[in-house]
Write a protein that binds this ligand. Structure first.
Ligand code: SAM
Length: 285
């Protein structure tokens, strides 16, 4: 069954009397041209096991299943499960998990003993950022992600220091991977149409993290730094982590950073250097 058309998707939704949820980001892909581009950007091989978050009615799931060994797909909405049973009835190599991905331990997701090495997804808008980080953190086998996200999330992923979209999410993600923009996708490629356009982004995990510091310490500092992003870093960090300002200034100086620096101007490497100095001074857990 070719699901990726407006008429086929509406027909299935109508047949099952399905009511779309905006809160769950249910904007289904109805553009075959974009679907094919996602597949070819994902470099799929016949032995691959793919993780998909958000099966919807199975549009991307079905296309992936034709190209790879196994697809593990998580879908939160139980009302989609009977639909998926029908649309994916010919796909023996798909395992659907009816759960909120945020409640799962992604490291435990496997299909006949195989865990995913790539993630390919049209992600639900409201949880796209935490889902991407969670999957990189919990499933170390995932080396690559090709994900469709709404433009605002893509801009946060791709932002450089100094840009208004550069934030804690950007820095944390950079710890795991490099990011490249593959294409912009018009809102007309979805049913129903979201308010803004989307982008497909490729995330490639570094062979090893670009900085050596313990990830928990680093992320604690990054979170604190952006906690009050309009403030100078010293004020934000001391407010959130309850560290004396003079000590933070000493660590900033030791890390070669200006006392007036703000989190939005710090690269990942600079955050790591500062975390190391604070740790040496005994002020980061
Ligand atoms: N893959 C389909 C496609 O491309 O047409 C559907 C993509 S749609 C943008 C996102 C899907 O994610 C929806 O089916 C929604 O129900 C599901 N979803 C939303 N939040 C979720 C969560 N926390 N865990 C798992 N699935 C979720």
């Amino acid at each position: 069954m070719k699901l990726v058309t407006r008429s086929q998707t509406s027909e299935i939704l109508r047949k099952f009397g399905f009511r779309l949820s905006r809160d769950l980001g249910q904007n289904f892909l109805v553009d075959d041209n974009i679907l094919q581009k996602i597949l070819s950007a994902s470099d799929l091989g016949p032995n691959d096991t793919i993780l998909e978050i958000g099966a919807g009615i199975g549009t991307l799931t079905e296309a992936l299943a034709k190209k790879v060994a196994k697809v593990i797909s998580v879908e939160i909405d139980h009302k989609l499960i009977p639909i998926l049973s029908q649309t994916l009835s010919g796909c023996e190599n798909v395992k659907i998990i009816n759960a909120d991905v945020l409640d799962l331990d992604v490291s435990q997701l496997a299909f006949d003993g195989a865990s995913a090495t790539k993630m390919v997804s049209n992600l639900p808008y409201s949880v796209a950022a935490p889902v991407i980080l969670k999957c990189f953190i919990e499933q170390e086998n995932i080396s690559e992600m090709v994900v469709m996200v709404q433009r605002e999330i893509a801009e946060r992923i791709l932002a450089d220091p100094g840009n208004k979209n550069y934030g804690a999410f950007t820095v944390k993600l950079r710890y795991f991977c490099r990011a490249e923009k593959l294409m912009t996708v018009s809102r007309h490629s979805f049913l129903p149409e979201p308010n803004i356009n989307s982008m497909v982004i490729k995330l490639t995990r570094w062979e090893k993290p670009p900085v050596g510091i313990d990830r928990h310490r680093l992320f604690e500092l990054v979170g604190a730094g952006f906690g009050q992003r309009r403030k100078m870093l010293v004020n934000s960090v001391s407010g959130v982590l309850k560290i004396d300002k003079a000590l933070i200034e000493a660590a900033q100086e030791a890390a070669g950073l200006s006392k007036k620096i703000r989190a939005e101007n710090l690269t990942l490497t600079e955050f790591a250097r500062l975390a190391e100095k604070l740790q040496n001074l005994g002020h980061l857990s």
